[in-house]
Design a protein around this ligand. Structure first.
Ligand code: ATP
Length: 448
């Protein structure tokens, strides 16, 4: 059973191996901002691509969209963000630290025990100025969610995609929230990425579609390797529902700091289209020509955080094992999420091995994200690849020069098979798709 890991170990692995660095680190960092390094960016891209494939490519009822971060200020008045996108803020009268009132138990400052001020509502939207003249009219907001870009394009998408309802519109992009208490590494930051779908349905079918999306989204995490016992669903209480929501469920994950939200799946009713129709003066309804009906669709919204998903995948994949008396840290990442799929490792930097090893690398890298590493001992290089979750390492040794065969080592079982170089691409392709590692064809001789 893999260990439940502390956040410190994840943060340190991420720094050490190039997943995630503190932002502007050489200047001392910037609170709650993080940069994705060479392997982190691959993991994050894989999370987004896997989501996009499941949501857009593999279905005929969802299309994609990519809207601007800055939008007309009227959007945020209509959506309710200017009035309601607030958290209650309290400040300590002694040490002046600020807290989200609902995250503090009792009336004392968690830091110094000082007296707290009465809560005041704090709007989480970042404001900036558009254009060179600093006047009220040019205030714009950085979007706190991607959803509104979808709602205001509803008419454009329905007309141009020629799709009927139910129809989903999906978007991945940056969002910004001036969180009062960011923290827990990339769990809560002020700049993050959303993966959101607005699924437009006929009123009356909304509850059925909410159930459908809850199951669909829960299963997505499980299919990508998150253990079921670390996931749960939680329905929002009536007092907790956002101003737009008719009903809402959170998919929660057992993070190192405890059960916390990974994704929210809400029934937004017809709130958004109705509001935008009212504020923009444009009619936003759907005409079903076949049924001779016209209505304002209801919306089911699965809204996930890319960064929070990255964190959950890292935490769930992390393991420490003992192999031949030595500790091995390994990320058992799902093959489709692993940043590097295959590492090419010549046994040593010997000049006889290098040309063949480079040839193998050239053969593999157009097909898979491939790493080439010939520094340090082979044992240390295996350990590095285990720590970044590389499923397969290909080793080129002196025998390879004679028989034109190489050894593939599998990350989880540590089993090794020997295959002809000409077959390597085909074998790795099959193994990445899930073919059992020891059920290889005739040419593969097992080595342990
Ligand atoms: P929370 O209650 O944790 O503040 P929320 O309910 O406000 O989150 P939503 O508006 O439902 O979050 O956004 C959907 C998803 O976006 C969340 O489930 C989470 O994965 C992600 N998310 C929201 N806020 C942040 C943040 N500040 N940093 C990183 N991810 C976030």
């Amino acid at each position: 059973m893999p260990v439940k890991v502390d956040m410190d170990k994840i943060v340190s692995l991420c720094k050490r191996r190039g997943f995630i660095f503190p932002s502007s680190e050489i200047y001392g960092g910037l609170a709650s901002c993080w940069d994705y390094g060479p392997v982190g960016v691959e993991l994050k891209r894989n999370v987004k691509e896997t989501w996009w494939k499941a949501i857009v490519q593999d279905r005929d009822d969802v299309v994609g969209l990519d809207t601007s971060i800055m939008m007309h200020p009227g959007v945020w008045a209509a959506s309710g963000h200017i009035d309601n996108f607030t958290d209650p803020l309290v400040e300590c009268k002694s040490c002046h630290l600020r807290w989200r009132a609902d995250a503090v138990e009792g009336k004392k400052c968690p830091q110094c025990g000082g007296e707290l001020t009465e809560p005041r509502m704090f709007n989480l939207m970042f404001k900036t100025l558009m254009g060179p003249v600093e006047e009220e009219a040019s205030i714009v907001y950085l979007r706190p969610e991607t959803a509104q870009g979808i709602f205001v394009n509803f008419e454009n998408v329905v007309t141009t995609s020629r799709k009927k309802l139910p129809l989903g519109i999906a978007q991945i992009g940056k969002s910004f929230r001036n969180e009062i208490t960011p923290g827990n590494f990339i769990f809560r930051t002020r700049e993050f990425e959303h993966m959101e779908v607005e699924y437009f349905v006929k009123p009356g079918t909304d509850e059925k579609w909410l159930d459908y999306w809850i199951k669909e989204r829960f299963e997505w995490y499980v299919k990508l390797g998150i253990r079921k016992e670390n996931l749960r669903l939680r329905q929002h209480g009536k007092d907790e529902l956002a101003h737009y929501a008719k009903d809402c469920y959170d998919v929660e994950y057992l993070f190192p700091m405890g059960w916390s939200e990974l994704e929210g799946i809400a029934n937004r009713g017809d709130f958004d289209l109705t509001q935008h129709a009212k504020y923009s003066g444009k009619e936003l309804s759907y005409r079903d020509a076949e049924a001779g009906e016209k209505y304002v669709p209801y919306v089911i919204e699965p809204s996930a955080g890319v960064d929070r998903s990255v964190l959950a995948f890292l935490v769930d994949a992390y393991d420490e094992e003992e192999v031949e008396g030595e500790k091995r840290t390994v990320l058992h990442l799902h093959h489709s999420l692993a940043p590097i799929k295959v590492a090419v490792l010549p046994l040593s930097r010997n000049e006889k091995l290098t040309p063949l090893a480079k040839e193998v690398f050239k053969q593999l890298c157009p097909n898979f994200m491939t790493d080439y590493d010939d520094s340090q001992s082979i044992g240390r290089r295996y350990r590095r690849q285990d720590e970044i979750g590389t499923p397969f390492c290909v080793t080129i040794d002196f025998e390879s020069l004679e028989d034109k065969q190489v050894t593939i080592r599998e990350r989880d079982s540590l089993a090794q098979i020997r295959v002809p170089i000409g077959e390597l691409k085909k074998v790795i392709e099959a193994k990445l798709k899930g073919e059992a590692f020891d059920a290889s064809s005739l040419w593969a001789t097992r080595r342990m």
